[in-house]
Design a protein around this ligand. Sequence first.
Ligand code: NAD
Ligand code: UDP
Length: 337
Amino acid sequence: MKILLAGGAGYIGSHTALELLEAGYEVVVADNFCNSSPESIRRVEALTGKTVAMYEADVKEKKILQKIFSEQEIQGVIHFAGLKAVGESMEKPVIYYRNNIDTTLSLLECMEEFGVKQFVFSSSATVYGEENPVPYVETMKRGACSNPYGWTKFMMEQILEDVARANPEMSVVLLRYFNPIGAHPSGRIGEDPEGIPNNLMPYISQVAVGRRDHLTVFGKDYPTKDGTCRRDYIHVADLARGHVKAIAYGASHKGVEIFNLGTGTPYSVVEIVEAFEKVNGVPVKHEFGPRRAGDLPESWADASKAEALLGWKTEKTLEDMCRDSWNWQRRNPNGYR
Ligand code: NAD
Ligand code: UDP
C-alpha cells in the first residue's frame, strides 16, 4: 500500500515515514521544505534500506499534487503539512489560515479526483481549548482555542468531518497529538526547528549543547505541585507508530474516528529539565520568567480509546525521551545543516 505523506520531511513525518517503511508500506513524500530538509528523508532511506519517492511541492498547489497523484498510485494520505508556531500564528494569522486550510482543501480535491478515500490528519490537543477539564477525552466539545494555529486545527477537523459525512466511502482519522519529543534512537533523524525553538525540549537540548545560554521556564505560579505547567510528553517514535495503526484502521473502517495520541501521564517543566539533566549527565541552565500568553496550566490525554480501537499504546519512558533527544542533538548540533 502506497501512502502520501504531505509534509513528510518534517519532524513527525520523517519518523512516520520510517515506521511505515519498516511495516512494509511504500512512502511518497511531498514537502516544500519551508520548515525541514530533504536530508531527513535521505537518512530515513539509509536507516531502512528502502527508497522514498520525494517531491519538492507546495501542497496548496493542486497542479503539482495532480502530477504526484497521476505518477504514484496513492492509496492513503497522511497530512502533516502545516505551519505550527503558536506565537507566529498570532502575528501572521492569514498566512496560517491560508497555508493550513488550503493544503487540506487541495489534498481533498485531488483525492476526490483520483478516487483516494483514506485520510489521516495531524490534529492537536490544542483543539480541546481552554474550557475542558483534564484529562482530555475525544468526546469533549472542541473549541475555545487560544490562538489562530489552534483554530486552523479546529476548522480542518470540521472540514474533514463534513467531507466524510458527504461521502460515506471516505475514511478519516483525526489524530490529536499531545507533546511529541525525542528522536529516533539512532540519532540520525530528529527535531530541527528553524531559528529559536518555541518548544520546550529542543530549547533544553540547544542549551545543553551550547547553542543557547539558558532556558526560561515560563511561569512558576501555576496551580500545580511545583508551580510549572504540566504536559503529556510522548516519544515521537511511539507517535509515529500510532500513524501506522491509524492507516491500518482506516483501511477497514469508513467514516470519522478521533484518537488522542498521548501517554496519559503529565510532567511539569521542572520535572522535564531535571529528568534531562539526570539521564544525560549534562546541566541545563535555567531561570524562571513570566508566564507565556496562552499557556494552559495542564494538558494530558485520556489515551484509552487508541488502545482499545487501534491496539496502540506508548512504550517509551521519559528516560527514553530525554536520552534520545540529547543523542540527536549532540550528534547533530546544528540539526541537518
Ligand atoms: P514540522 O514543521 O517539522 O513538519 C511540517 C512539515 O510540513 C515541514 O516539513 C514543512 O516543510 C511542511 N510544510 C508546511 N507547509 C507546507 C506546504 N504548504 N506544502 C508542503 N509542505 C509544507 O512539524 P511537525 O512537528 O512534524 O508537525 C507535523 C504536523 O503535526 C503539523 O501539522 C503540526 O501542526 C502537527 N502537530 C505538531 C505538534 C508538535 O508539537 N510537533 C503537536 C500537535 C500537532
Ligand atoms: N516552556 C518553557 N520554556 C520554553 C518553552 C516552553 O517553560 O522555552 C514550557 C511552556 O510554557 C509549556 C511547556 O514548556 O508549559 C511545553 O511547551 P511547548 O511549547 O513545548 O508545548 P505546548 O504545550 O505549548 O504545545
